[in-house]
Design a protein around this ligand. Structure first.
Ligand SMILES: Cc1cc2nc3c(=O)[nH]c(=O)nc-3n(C[C@H](O)[C@H](O)[C@H](O)COP(=O)(O)OP(=O)(O)OC[C@H]3O[C@@H](n4cnc5c(N)ncnc54)[C@H](O)[C@@H]3O)c2cc1C
Length: 325
């Protein structure tokens, strides 16, 4: 049986949503061989989070307590782990693909002389060999990598594996460690809010989001007019629309944009790549309008409208005006 350690991220006293998805990564690894998994949380006050994660996952969870100054500090985390791994051998170490982990895991892999694969989006079994896939070339190509090392460290893209169901176990199993960090070549000063203000999206009850399927910049007005039909609504969009300047970056939803939870999310001409859907998957009710019935958005939407968005929305607006008269 292979040993696996999940590194659980947290922010402002809450476990990151993407950390739960690491459990689905373990399921993907287990298609080849049974996996014995433990989780680890590092924080100045790790116990409440360790209890919460252990209750959700049913996994034994190690609460590593570190000084306040170690928060967001790669070198401190690195020394904490090197010390801990001494007594906890593993085949896989899995973490979310965050700025810190994308720095931490490669650094650890150098110390451990282990393989490190970052930004993994899928794991496939090919002729009895596990392949780890990730996007390259800005998402135009998919690279498949194979690990030739006894230990493999990997970071996982948020949204790529989906959130698993809660375990039936309810008694938390936690064990505690305290680690003093000595190695320090840089100092963590403070955590600041991002300059991108996504508050309009976070507060909206209804979000109408536009994708490349709207075809022309002028159609952003159409999307805005449609959004105006709803109270407390906002216009959002996919990353390509922000990249070409049709929308502002504070309107982008997805792994590199905002995470939103409106009551209603209407996706207009958006394909539904996980990099987008990861940011809206917790929406209450989802409507997708797409002329391609095979669009991935149709897999997760509550209502799928197989229409040309550029003619469907004017029809809805026209009908609405008629009924209001
Ligand atoms: C590291 C990384 C991070 C990323 N982060 C994000 C992110 O945060 N947010 C994000 O959105 N993307 C992100 N992306 C990009 C993501 O992978 C997709 O490329 C992007 O979401 C696609 O946008 P889209 O659906 O608007 O365009 P497309 O993929 O081009 O899809 C357009 C859709 O519109 C449909 N369509 C076309 N014409 C019409 C019409 N007239 N009527 C109805 N439907 C029509 C098509 O069938 C298609 O499904 C990221 C990519 C990478 C590699």
């Amino acid at each position: 049986m292979k040993q696996c350690i999940l590194l659980i991220d947290h922010e402002q006293g809450e476990i990151n949503r993407a950390s739960y998805e690491l459990l689905s990564v373990v399921d993907a690894l287990a298609v080849q061989e049974a996996i014995d998994t433990k989780a680890v949380i590092v924080s100045p006050n790790p116990e409440p989070l360790a209890v919460e994660f252990s209750q959700f996952s049913g996994l034994e969870t190690c609460a590593i307590s570190v000084p306040d100054t170690c928060v967001n500090h790669t070198t401190c985390f690195k020394s904490a782990f090197i010390e801990w791994f001494d007594g906890s051998p593993f085949h896989y170490l899995i973490a979310c693909h965050s700025t810190m982990n994308a720095e931490l895991l490669p650094a650890l892999s150098v110390n451990l002389k282990a393989a490190c694969i970052t930004s993994v989006e899928a794991i496939v079994l090919d002729n009895d060999q596990l392949l780890f896939e990730r996007s390259v070339g800005g998402g135009k190509l998919v690279a498949a990598l194979e690990s030739h090392s006894k230990q493999t460290l990997m970071t996982i893209q948020a949204g790529a594996f989906g959130r698993p169901a809660q375990s039936m176990e309810s008694d938390p199993r936690i064990f505690k460690r305290t680690i003093e960090c000595v190695e320090k070549h840089a100092e963590f000063i403070e955590l600041k809010d991002s300059v991108t203000d996504v508050s309009a999206l976070k507060e909206a009850k209804v979000i109408v989001a536009a994708g490349r399927g709207i075809e022309e910049e002028d159609n952003v007005k159409l999307i805005a007019e449609f959004a105006d039909l709803f109270k407390r609504s906002a216009v959002a969009g996919s990353r390509p629309l922000c990249d070409i300047g049709w929308l502002e970056y504070n309107q982008q939803v997805g792994v590199t944009g905002a995470s939103v939870k409106p009551d209603l999310y209407v996706a207009c001409g958006i394909s539904g790549m996980y990099q987008h859907t990861a940011g809206m998957i917790e929406s209450g009710y989802v409507v997708a309008i797409n002329k391609d019935t095979n669009s991935p958005f149709f897999q997760i939407a509550d209502i799928c409208v197989a229409e040309d968005v550029t003619s469907f929305i004017p029809l809805v607006l026209g009908e609405y005006k008629k009924r209001k008269l």
